[in-house]
Design a protein around this ligand. Structure first.
Ligand SMILES: Cc1cc2nc3c(=O)[nH]c(=O)nc-3n(C[C@H](O)[C@H](O)[C@H](O)COP(=O)(O)OP(=O)(O)OC[C@H]3O[C@@H](n4cnc5c(N)ncnc54)[C@H](O)[C@@H]3O)c2cc1C
Length: 557
């Protein structure tokens, strides 16, 4: 039986397997699409390897709005197929595939006018709810009148908002979910290695038979052989196609999306809020005891690995939200900011990015090589199935169909029962009920592995920071079981301290490094280097926000 644990020993074994064994399918890219593809292929019984040049979900898949949704605004573009497909995926995730990670969330669509707007928006939301068919994990939308709206959302301007319609979607910690898909793929036999970058293709005649990759930790080259190579490189697709000397049938345009994070006290509302903006929509999304507000949608051509928010991005978000909020959001309230890049499949490079389709494209630019790009986080499973359906043709053998529609991710089994046992788990573990619930919503039934760590070392039951819910066991577990290899991996993706803590978690970097150092076998020098690298990353990220704050102070002084 294979194990889902991703730790340093597993990585070492994976590196040696990559060069000594041959694979049916090699997946390039450990974002949600590559993770899904590895799981889809492994669960069909194929021999699979996945390589990721950075950390799991380090690209777009940790920087989304974190919504599992049908995409209300695609209705206005009459893209009913995309909406129906995404709503089906939402239902599967909430009810069976990953209920420990994907949770329903209510949104208010505020109205400024009493009859015409209510009829139009009401009809749209009725269609949205109807498109999911007979599946009903989430409640039906509901009309809310003027009196009630101000009880539900006191922060919505009473002089402007005349009512609302409440509807439901779902939300997820994207980076955690992607990592959990990868662990599930490992559980079904996939060989996983991060910090391994695909550099060039290995060819036999015109056929691609694998990849020359670089182990970015040791600097060594690895020749990986595979019958089918599947590229899921998102915004890196164009760059890699060019590097591999391939002529694909599509190009990938990048569009930047920025979010800001605010404390719970900044917005008084017991549901999320969606607002129409001149170019798209703006979401005010509840995130634990905080709010995530975004996003922007602007063309981007800069550094793919480190997209940062600009002063204009942050100002745009504040301005759009403040159209309906009273009191207004203030720049000093912002706790965190993050930027991501949407991979938009483009046929015509001159089109405005907002009009490009969110649907995905599968291509086979060479024998033995298949690629996919575009899509949405929500439809990762469908994208994965489509690309592996194409890849199995390269294997020239009859292979089973995808089974991921019936395959819960690790931690999902027994989750609904465990959810009913919070009190008992709290009594037996000595952890308070809030911490147990927090752990169940991050690990599901794998909570037992964390409780075992605490049994061995009770000091790990303590919170890493009194203002955050994370306990020290989670930090150790990130390195021993979840493939984290740096302070940044732990702060930015295994936990979301990077945008949840006031100083981006810089004050915790030393302590986090001290907890993971023994697991990763670090020297004192390596430990310090990982802390410094994180501090430098935060400095670069904070530049835009500091600029905005300085300007704000200058105006007010
Ligand atoms: C601001 C924003 C908000 C969004 N909100 C939502 C939302 O709410 N809901 C939704 O459904 N979708 C949303 N999306 C879309 C969604 O996030 C993306 O479609 C999805 O994450 C893309 O995943 P991916 O795996 O294709 O790409 P990525 O996550 O970028 O993964 C590609 C991976 O390939 C790796 N890679 C690159 N080159 C190499 C190489 N040479 N060797 C090995 N690995 C390599 C990269 O390091 C990267 O990890 C949003 C996107 C953005 C930007």
């Amino acid at each position: 039986m294979f194990r889902s644990q991703l730790g340093p020993d597993q990585r070492e074994a994976a590196i040696s397997q990559l060069s000594s064994e041959s694979f049916d399918v090699l997946v390039i890219g450990g974002g949600v699409t590559g993770a899904g593809a590895a799981l889809d292929a492994a669960s069909r019984g194929l021999k699979v390897a996945l390589i990721e040049s950075q950390d799991l979900a380090a690209g777009t898949s940790s920087r989304s709005s974190k919504l599992i949704h049908g995409g209300l605004r695609y209705l206005e573009q009459y893209d009913f197929k995309l909406v129906r497909e995404a709503l089906h995926e939402r239902e599967l995730m909430v009810s069976s595939l990953s209920p420990h990670l994907v949770k329903p969330v209510g949104f208010l669509f505020p109205l400024t006018e009493k009859f015409k707007e209510r009829t139009y928006v009401g009809a749209g939301l009725a269609l949205y709810d109807a498109l999911r068919g007979f599946q009903r994990a989430l409640p039906w939308h509901k009309h809310i009148g003027q009196k009630q709206i101000h009880e539900i959302a006191p922060s919505l301007r009473p002089d402007l908002i005349t009512g609302a319609i409440k509807y439901f979607d779902a939300q997820v910690d994207d980076a955690r979910h992607t990592m959990t898909i990868v662990r599930t793929a490992a559980r079904h036999g996939a060989v996983i290695a991060t910090r391994v970058s695909a550099e060039s293709l290995i060819r036999e005649g015109k056929r691609v038979v694998g990849v020359k990759a670089k182990n970015l930790v040791s600097g060594k080259t690895i020749n990986i052989t595979a019958t089918a190579t599947v590229m899921c490189a998102g915004i890196w697709s164009d760059e890699l196609h060019a590097k591999f000397d391939l002529k694909p049938g599509y190009g990938v345009t990048m569009s930047k999306g920025v979010h800001i994070v605010l404390p719970g006290s900044a917005i008084k509302s017991n549901a999320g809020i969606i607002l129409k903006t001149p170019v798209s929509v703006l979401f005010l999304i509840p995130w634990g005891d905080k709010w995530i507000v975004g996003t922007t949608d602007t063309p981007y051509t800069g550094d793919r690995a480190e997209p940062f928010a600009s002063r204009e991005d942050v100002q745009y978000i504040l301005d759009q939200a403040n159209r309906v909020l009273s009191p207004k959001l203030k720049v000093e309230e912002i706790i965190g900011v993050y930027a991501g890049l949407r991979p938009l499949v483009a046929n015509n490079k001159n089109s405005a990015t907002t009009k490009l389709s969110r649907e995905h494209t599968v291509d086979r630019p060479a024998a033995g090589f298949v690629s996919i790009a575009g899509g949405k986080y929500t439809t990762y499973r469908v994208m994965a199935k489509d690309v592996i359906d194409r890849a199995v043709i390269e294997l020239r053998a009859i292979k089973p169909e995808s089974v991921t529609e019936k395959l819960p991710l690790v931690g999902a089994d027994g989750y609904f029962a465990l959810e009913q046992q919070v009190e008992r788990l709290s009594q037996t573990s000595g952890l308070d009920a809030e911490t147990i619930t927090h752990l169940l919503n991050r690990y599901g039934s794998m909570i037992s592995e964390l409780l075992e760590l605490i049994d061995e070392n009770p000091k790990l039951a303590v919170k890493i920071d009194p203002d955050l819910l994370y306990i020290k066991a989670e930090i150790q577990y990130a390195a021993s079981h979840e493939g984290a290899r740096t302070v940044d991996d732990v702060i930015s993706r295994r936990t979301r301290i990077a945008f949840e803590a006031q100083d981006h978690g810089v004050h915790l970097a030393d302590e986090i490094a001290a907890i993971i150092a023994p697991v990763l076998g670090w020297s004192v020098k390596e430990r310090k280097a990982s802390v410094t690298a994180y501090e430098e990353l935060v400095d670069r990220e904070l530049e835009a926000l500091d600029q905005l704050l300085e300007e704000h102070e200058a105006i007010n002084s």
